[in-house]
Design a protein. Sequence first.
Length: 555
Amino acid sequence: MSHVDNEVRPSNFIRNIIDEDLASGKHNSVHTRFPPEPNGYLHIGHAKSICLNFGIAQDYKGQCNLRFDDTNPEKEDIDYVNSIQEDVKWLGFQWDGDVRYSSNYFDALYGYAVELINKGLAYVCFLNAEETREYRGTLKEPGRNSPYRDTPAAENLALFEKMRDGGFKEGECVLRAKIDMASPFMCMRDPVIYRVKFAHHHQTGDKWCIYPMYDFTHCISDALENITHSLCTLEFQDNRRLYDWVLDNLNDFQAPNRTRQYEFSRLNLEYTLMSKRKLNDLVVRGLVSGWDDPRMPTIAGLRRRGYTPASIREFCQRIGVTKQDNLVEVGMLEACIREDLNDNAPRAMAVIRPIKVIIENFTKPELEYVKAPVHPNIEEMGVRELAFGREIYIDAADFREEANKQYKRLVLGAEVRLRNAYVIRAERCDKDADGNVTTVYCTYDPETLGQNPSDGRKVKGVIHWVEATTALPAEFRLYDRLFSDANPAAADTVDEVLNPNSLQIVHGVVEAPLANASADQAYQFEREGYFCADRKDSRPGNLVFNLTVQLRESF
């Protein structure tokens, strides 16, 4: 009997490893973890890791922990902790048990550091940062042993206790693992495993003034949680040697089925930065409105822009899991959200750059209401009623005084169909002092109601519209890519590849049923694109809509 629900899940090298481990009896179940550092918001690259770790646990009926690797309190914040939990849940996943923190294990980690000291495998080093770099050597030259490397274990133990008790200044000394200063792998040249840092910690308060380094903490945390497959990105490939060295030299972790690390390629996406440091710089400098700016590749930004959890999960499945780095076309992500919203988003009408149309032969004293499907292919979603009257708005781009035969919208002396309503004919127009059309005067044929009536009328085009007296004013934020270069990480500075037109704000109108539009509900504004109400700024009486994605690829 298979351990996995493998419906149509594509296999990959990680799944092959897991299948072999289960078949051989090395592991009886699968236990993964998602281990973010709480020093920023999660981005689309983290979504790949979330979908991989939680997805594997789901498929193999195993477990997945959420563990914050919180070893650097100066750069961490409880706001990041909360946002990460919210993002994981929003993507559709739930961790097993309580949220875990590496700081839960600080007492144990200290004990394991003492064990290494007593074994002669760790020492307190007083080289400063510059001297440490000099002693480390280069990729072509081996390093040199620190003059403190052979300090007796008892003395190192006393020095380490003094570090713990606040007896040394920050930067005055560190605890280093004693491995091999001639190793071809720089991470094995006596790496730092503890440093002095007088910083308040969001979980442990002021209990500690020494903090373990990530590489020392991560492998032990995995082992303590009985993680079977520790999945991380390729930049940690060399660090796997340190991961194994630490566990190999601690008595508690000698079981043959202990945790192992496996690396996969990180997500590199066109026109996108994945560096939290660089993204934070954009926020700090005010180049974006925040971590959840809809132009940001953060999960919070994508959510605010209108991306759905299903579309992100689908994207992560399509790009697959390999060991080869590549640059993924951003069009793949856009295709996933476009397909999702095309299938599921209700339709509505919005006029983004409105001009007024007066239908001179509409003489009814009251508004008329016409019916339109909420979704053209899902009858169960029902119909909506649209007000229609003497004055309507259409988009400025949908009218010309003169045009060639390729232009299939409203032209003076010609007809066009209003979507779900009537055929109108443009008779004349008014302009302002700058020559811009402000009002178009039309007549309508009351016998042509409906989008595809059997009236025999051959009309070239169909345009969208909104009745003027019931129209709701709205702000539209039209987003483009934040960077003008497909590989912004390669630029010398972020500023030189910023797209100055990544956001345009225009004001128009939407149909009345959108008065209470929810931020979690995407709409297809017919002939315009997919939009959602802004989570922060939109409210009844002040409608703000973000462009999620255009109706079709435009690049």
